[in-house]
Design a protein around this ligand. Structure first.
Ligand code: URA
Length: 308
C-alpha cells in the first residue's frame, strides 16, 4: 500500500514537472484513494502522525503536492513509459456510403499498432459510437476505466451523466454521435500489474497522434456542431495554446475546420462539484447548441437548473 501511494506521489511530481497543473480523478478512483489512505492511517502505530505536513503548503506556497507523502522512502516507483510516437497516421476513407466509410475507419483504428501498443493488457482501443447522421457530435477526452474495458466512450459515471444531459435536450443517446479525442486511455504506472488508478491528461503528442481518427469520424458523420467536453477536448480541437482557462472559451462558438464547436465543461465537473450552478452553466451551453441545431426548447427546458 505504501508503495502504491509512493508511486502515485512520484507520478504526480513527474506530471507537475512536465507542466501539468491538474489531473482528473473519477469519483470511484477518489474513493479507492480514500480507502488506501484510511487503511494506512489505521495501520499506523498510535501516536504516529498520519501525514507529514508540508510547511510550504500550509503557508499557501506549493499547494499542488500531496500532503500525505510516506515518511519512509519506498522502493523506486515504476516509471510511466514516455513513448515517442510516430507521426500521426494518414486516414483515408474509402468510396462508399457512411456505414462503409465508418467501418473502414474502425478497422484501421482497431489495427493501429500504436493504439494497440498504448492500451493496457486486456483493454480495448476506443472508437466513437452513435448515429452516423447525427447533427450533434459530442467529443470527450479519453477513455476512463469503464470505457477502456468496454471499448465504448462515456459508459462510466461521467457517461451516464452525459446520457442524462442528452436526454434533457430531448434526444436519445442513439440520436447523437459520441467520440473522444484519444483512442486509448493514457497510461499511468501501476503496482504489481494491478489496475490503473486515476487518469492523466494526454500529452500533446498523444493528442495529435489520435486527431486524424477524430477527423475521419467527422468526415463521415458531418455533424452540424461539435460539443467539446472539457479542456482536453478543447485543446485537441482548438490548439494547445488557444486558451488558458476553460472559463475563457466555454459558452462561445469556435471552429474546427468547417465545424462549429461549442466548448463546455466535462460532465465530470458536475460530478465533482455537484452544484446547481455548474449544471446551469453547462445547460446554458447546451441551450445554445439546441438553438443552433434547431431543436425545440420548451419553457421547462429553458428554466432547467435556474436558481429558485
Ligand atoms: N471521459 C471522457 O472524456 N471520455 C470518456 O469516454 C469517458 C470519460
Amino acid at each position: 500500500m505504501r508503495a502504491t501511494l509512493h508511486a502515485l506521489t512520484e507520478e504526480l511530481r513527474r506530471l507537475k514537472t512536465a507542466g501539468v497543473t491538474s489531473v482528473s480523478v473519477s469519483p470511484e478512483s477518489m474513493e479507492q484513494l480514500r480507502t488506501l489512505v484510511r487503511a494506512r492511517a489505521a495501520a499506523m502505530p498510535a501516536g504516529e502522525p498520519e501525514r507529514q505536513p508540508q510547511s510550504s503548503a500550509r503557508k499557501g506556497g506549493d499547494r499542488t503536492g500531496p500532503s500525505w507523502e510516506p515518511k519512509v522512502v519506498a522502493p523506486p516507483a515504476p516509471q510511466t513509459p514516455v513513448a515517442t510516437l510516430p507521426l500521426p497516421p494518414t486516414v483515408k476513407l474509402p468510396e462508399g456510403d457512411k456505414q462503409m466509410q465508418w467501418d473502414a475507419r474502425q478497422t484501421t483504428v482497431l489495427r493501429d499498432p500504436v493504439c494497440l501498443e498504448n492500451i493496457s493488457a486486456n483493454k480495448k482501443v476506443m472508437i466513437g459510437v452513435g448515429n452516423l447522421d447525427a447533427t450533434i457530435f459530442f467529443c470527450g477526452e479519453a477513455p476512463g476505466a469503464e470505457e477502456e474495458t468496454q471499448g465504448e466512450p462515456f459508459v462510466g459515471p461521467a457517461g451516464q451523466l452525459l446520457t442524462k444531459m442528452i436526454g434533457a435536450m430531448g434526444l436519445k443517446r442513439s440520436e447523437v454521435y459520441i467520440g473522444n479525442i484519444m483512442n486509448w486511455r493514457p497510461k499511468m504506472p501501476t503496482i504489481d500489474g494491478r489496475e490503473q488508478i486515476g487518469n492523466r491528461p494526454p500529452t500533446a503528442e498523444e493528442l495529435s497522434y489520435c486527431l486524424p481518427y477524430l477527423r475521419a469520424q467527422l468526415e463521415v458523420v458531418k455533424p452540424d456542431v461539435i460539443v467539446a467536453l472539457g479542456a482536453t477536448a478543447a485543446r485537441g480541437l482548438l490548439g494547445a495554446d488557444s486558451f488558458k482557462t476553460l472559463g475563457e472559451i466555454r459558452g462561445k462558438w469556435h471552429a474546427f475546420g468547417d465545424h462549429p464547436v461549442m466548448v463546455t465543461y466535462h460532465p465530470s465537473y458536475i460530478l465533482q462539484t455537484q452544484s446547481n450552478r455548474s449544471k446551469r452553466v453547462i445547460w446554458e451551453d447546451l441551450l445554445q447548441v439546441m438553438i443552433r441545431t434547431g431543436l425545440p426548447i420548451s419553457d421547462k427546458q429553458q428554466g432547467f437548473f435556474k436558481a429558485r
